[in-house]
Design a protein around this ligand. Structure first.
Ligand SMILES: [Zn+2]
Ligand SMILES: [Zn+2]
Length: 291
């Protein structure tokens, strides 16, 4: 078998078609959701390309994009979501509402800054936007991700960075990893940032949440007929993460698609009381409301 040439582009423009072929016909998977994520990646890839080539000057001080860029990407994301859920009436209101907000404020919400997220949701409710909080946040996160990826794109390309010292949070933007993969080329583990999409190497033996390195504290769960997709449960911190292995899957993966293809692993982990690594701060926010 020829080795696949895995895409190092954040939104994996070349990889997705091949990855989608692998999911085709598998009735255990949520096909509409896979289609949606693939469409969103195409929108994000285009939006990223419109931001210009080369590195932004001094990433933290890069100027915001044209307002037209923002409205166009928000409109496209909202349209893709509306295609998927034609009865969700609030979506067009979400688009209109978001397009009038301050760009840096939207950036803060896309980066999961608690105060910005609270203000965003309160503001939307006050403006009479009839839409679930999770959907509003999803639109913001998806629409802003190409800009975040571009703004923080000053790090070495995937594979050129050392796994030591281990970085649990994204070395580009500080976001939390949403999933991991074991790369085709060398089996190395890479984490993908849930905020900006950057991927960076991380030691295979450590928990990606607490860095526990004792193999006995980590339980690996997978099904016999899908051994390329695994759940890692860490007894030390009670968090879990999912890993897709490109060598066992015999192809390149795009982790936001793999995230959909592995929802049954999330279910397994939650049933046993484990918390996802990426949701850790949202989780503690949720439990804080009980007092
Ligand atoms: Zn990041
Ligand atoms: Zn741990």
């Amino acid at each position: 078998l020829p080795k696949p040439l895995c895409d190092t582009d954040v939104f994996a423009a070349a990889t997705i078609g091949e990855a989608m072929l692998r999911y085709q016909g598998n009735s255990a998977l949520n096909q509409p959701m896979l289609q949606l994520v693939a469409s969103l990646a195409a929108i994000q890839s285009r939006a990223y390309g419109m931001l210009g080539s080369g590195l932004p000057p001094g990433s933290e001080r890069a100027s915001p994009p044209e307002h037209a860029w923002l409205t166009s990407v928000i409109d496209s994301v909202v349209a893709a979501l509306a295609d998927q859920a034609p009865n969700s009436q609030g979506l067009s209101e979400v688009g209109q509402h978001l397009a009038n907000l301050d760009f840096e404020f939207l950036m803060a919400a896309a980066r999961h800054e608690e105060e910005a997220v609270d203000r965003l949701l309160t503001g939307a409710a006050q403006a009479g936007v009839h839409c679930e909080a999770a959907t509003i946040l999803y639109v913001v996160k998806t629409a802003l991700q190409p800009y975040l990826a571009w703004r923080f794109a000053s790090l070495p390309a995937l594979g050129e960075m050392s796994a030591y010292p281990p970085r649990r949070d994204c070395p580009a933007c500080g976001g939390k990893p949403m999933m991991a993969k074991h790369a085709h080329e060398d089996g190395r583990r890479y984490l993908r940032c849930g905020v900006c999409g950057h991927e960076w190497p991380f030691p295979r033996l450590l928990c990606i949440s607490c860095e526990a390195g004792d193999p006995s504290s980590i339980e690996v769960v997978y099904s016999q007929d899908d051994q390329g997709r695994r759940l890692y449960l860490c007894a030390a911190c009670r968090r879990y993460f999912k890993v897709s292995d490109e060598r066992m899957l015999e192809g390149c993966v795009y982790l936001p698609l793999e995230d959909i293809a592995t929802v049954q692993l999330d279910e397994l982990a939650r049933q046993q009381g484990y918390v996802p690594v990426a949701d850790s701060d949202l989780q503690s926010r949720g439990t804080g409301s009980s007092n």
